[in-house]
Design a protein around this ligand. Structure first.
Ligand code: T1G
Length: 682
């Protein structure tokens, strides 16, 4: 079937786009649409035109794979100009997810008929862009400034019901979309049949835009595109349509070429590429996961359970006592009640999800589960004991997963007689919110278990990344290097607030010390207590230990690196402890520059990332970027540590790593051999 075709049904022309998988507006689609529109527009038999898409969705946007390549005509804006010249009623028949340019094509139509399951949106900001085919000019004309600003700066789609409410959709179809759209086209009153959105006007007080910039200041911090959206929408209220389009086009071209958009587009593809594993594909069998057991009703166990309850999978949560089990249910109920109060779920959904939760204190009751995930205390002996018990009761073919953050899963699996069924499913706290799932395979994990883990990740709306086994896997191994440098910098004289501020300004959601206080300083102190001094730099974490000894465990104890009372203020003891520790380890205190802080924190991640690749723990650089963007909030407009290193230049990174090898010593700053190789090839 041609990518774009037209057929005449009595007096209605139906133009069908068929460009799998998502009808992206590739050159072939744009050319075909332009050709077929011109033909039917000049065909006297045709009274109205319906545009519909085959497959799973109306056009899902411009073809992102074309970005960065020389533009090929007709461009999408050119196509929009042609559409705006059409003299016959244009009706978009929409289903699936009409996003970006796909939604802009629909906005360029005179009317929109949507299947009830349709979602529409302008997610360009997620790619570091603004809509580039009239979205910032047409949408406010159709739904008003505030609703348009919400949709475009937020980048989130709205459903068909909301689309009707806002005036984007003219009719919903619950049956045969195309027939309904044809009927709708025939029913148009001749005097109002051509209703160009570009002919509408929109006005707003100019201060609305300054207020809106303040409104998004926190969530859009560091990003260019959302603020450019505000500028473009403001223009729509001040200039004629054509001038607004020119402004939008210029800004779009600037952003397409920007490092921010390249970084965000990199992550878009990286998140999808993470699911592509050599030797595992759609032909790899997967095990059905229709029931899940979670062992441990702590914060992580409850968060993990919620992921499955949210998608209708029954969960049995096992605890050591009925009191502990009841407490776990209460934790889950509390999280759900909070979601209901925020309008994120209905009371009915709360009741349905909780009805799918069973509690138990007996391992035998887990024998029917397809997947069992332990989230017990981070101790090897405890976990091996759990897996020995699971080995005795779990049904054949059950997947046995551990949520360990650091420990050797090969060793955990050795407690069972079925190591091929054992896998790591490392969730990030809070487990029901953070989108990353680190899937850790051992030397024995079978391919179908890995494939099953990736399938379940998609089902619970997580982004999976595959890791091999090493201490801390990809995420925590690299994060501990960042933590090491932060600890050493503090001993060397950099202030806690200075270090936090530098990395906050870099784009991290919060500084490392703030994050440690939030997670609990004692967690890391306990984990390191089990390590040999060869495995980490005790100097870097000496202050952590001293604080915990004095009862400063972080937010949970009211004080850590900071004091948490009415405000968050620096704990005055920290500087004294740092001076004591610096003296103890013979570290000369000095003034440390912001630049050194940023370089050492970022390059520690980069160097360790390349070592992780060398060892085969991570499959590709982009996987590491996904881990850090989704697991630690590395700024998406910098693309992740590895993308950012390439942006800086690998030769430049290597030069600075060698600089720190000289000043800090070879132990932690020996350059990765892979980095040396790649820098030489750059
Ligand atoms: N262009 C090219 N390929 C795309 C694509 C796109 N826009 N969207 C998805 N794909 C590919 C994807 O790489 C994967 O390929 C397959 O489709 C399935 O995707 C001018 C400039 C539509 C909600 O941002 O949000 O328009 O790996 O695994 O989970 O103003 O894809 O199978 O080979 O994600 O069902 C704006 C991006 C572009 C939408 C479907 N549009 N896509 O999700 O499948 S900028 C977007 C999505 C723009 C205009 C501007 C999702 C989806 P492969 P998938 P899914």
């Amino acid at each position: 079937m041609p990518i774009v075709s037209a057929d005449i049904r009595d007096d209605i022309a139906v133009i069908t786009i068929d460009n799998p998988p998502v009808n992206a507006l590739s050159l072939a689609v744009r050319s075909g649409l332009s050709r077929e529109l011109a033909l039917v527009n000049s065909d006297d038999r045709v009274e109205a035109i319906v545009i519909v898409c085959a497959g799973r969705t109306f056009c899902a946007g411009a073809d992102i794979s074309e970005f960065g390549k020389p533009p090929m005509d007709p461009s999408l804006p050119d196509l929009m100009t042609e559409m705006d010249a059409i003299e016959k009623p244009l009706v978009a028949a929409m289903h699936g997810t009409a996003l970006g340019g796909g939604f802009e094509v629909a906005l360029c139509c005179h009317y929109r008929v949507m299947d009830t399951g349709t979602k529409v949106g302008l997610p360009e900001v997620n790619l570091g862009l603004i809509p580039g085919a009239g979205g910032t000019q047409r949408l406010p004309r159709l739904i008003g400034v505030n609703a348009a600003l919400d949709m475009i700066t937020g980048g989130k789609p709205i459903d068909a019901r909301k689309a009707v409410e806002l005036g984007v959709a003219d009719m919903l179809s619950a049956d045969d979309l195309l027939e309904d759209a044809i009927m709708f086209a025939r029913s148009l009153p001749p005097q109002d049949s051509v209703r160009r959105v570009s002919d509408l006007t929109v006005h707003a007080d100019s201060e609305i835009f300054d207020i809106y910039k303040q409104k998004i200041a926190k969530r859009a911090r560091g990003f260019l595109a959302p603020f450019t959206v505000i500028e473009a929408v403001k223009i729509a209220t001040e200039m004629p349509f054509e001038e607004g389009i020119d402004f939008e086009r210029e800004k779009f071209k600037e952003l397409v070429a920007s490092p921010q958009s390249k970084a965000q587009r990199h992550l878009f593809f990286a998140e999808r590429a993470a699911a592509k594993i050599p030797g595992i594909d759609r032909s790899t069998p997967t095990r059905a996961i229709n029931s899940v057991a979670v062992i441990g009703g702590g914060i992580m166990g409850c968060g993990i359970a919620i992921n499955f309850l949210n998608v209708g999978v029954p969960v049995t949560l096992l605890e050591v006592s009925s009191e502990a089990a009841d407490a776990a249910r209460e934790k889950i109920s509390k999280i759900y009640r909070s979601s209901v109060s925020k309008g994120r779920m209905t009371e009915e959904e709360l009741l349905t999800n909780l009805a799918n939760l069973s509690l138990s204190t007996e391992y035998e009751e887990l024998s029917g589960a397809d997947l069992i995930i332990e989230a017990v205390f981070e101790d090897m002996d405890v976990k091996k004991d759990v897996f020995a018990k699971l080995n005795a009761v779990a049904k054949p073919g059950a997947i046995l997963a551990t949520n360990t953050s650091f420990l050797d899963i090969n060793d955990i699996a050795s407690a069972t007689s079925r190591p091929e069924d054992v896998i790591g499913l490392h969730f990030f706290s809070p487990a029901h919110i953070m989108p990353l799932l680190e899937v850790v395979r051992t030397g024995d994990t079978s391919d179908d278990v890995i494939a099953s883990a990736f399938a379940l990740a998609k089902n619970i709306r997580k982004t999976p990344v595959l890791s091999g086994v090493c201490y801390g896997f990809i995420a925590n191994r690299m994060s501990s290097c960042y933590g090491r440098e932060v600890g050493l910098l503090q001993l060397e004289g950099a202030g806690v607030e200075q270090i936090d501020q530098v990395m906050y300004d870099f784009g991290m959601p919060m500084g490392m010390f703030t994050m440690l206080d939030m997670a609990g300083i004692d967690i890391g102190v306990m984990a390191r207590a089990k390590l040999s001094k060869d495995d980490y730099d005790e100097r870097a974490f000496a202050v952590h230990g001293a604080l915990v000894e004095r009862g400063h465990k972080g937010q949970k104890s009211g004080s850590g690196f900071y004091i948490y009372d009415d405000d968050k203020t620096l704990n005055s003891e920290v500087e004294t402890i740092a001076e004591e520790m610096a003296e103890k380890f013979g570290i000369e205190r000095r003034t440390v520059s912001d630049q050194e802080i940023e370089e050492r924190c970022v390059l520690a991640l980069v160097n360790e990332g390349y070592k992780i690749l060398e060892e085969g723990i991570a499959l590709k650089e982009s996987d590491i970027d996904v881990v850090f963007a989704l697991g630690f909030g590395f700024p998406r407009y910098k693309g992740g540590p590895m993308h950012y290193a390439r942006h800086l230049g690998l030769k430049n990174c290597l030069k600075n790593i060698e600089k720190y090898a000289n000043t800090q010593g070879e132990r932690w700053w020996t350059p990765s051999a892979l980095l040396v190789k790649l820098a030489a090839e750059e």
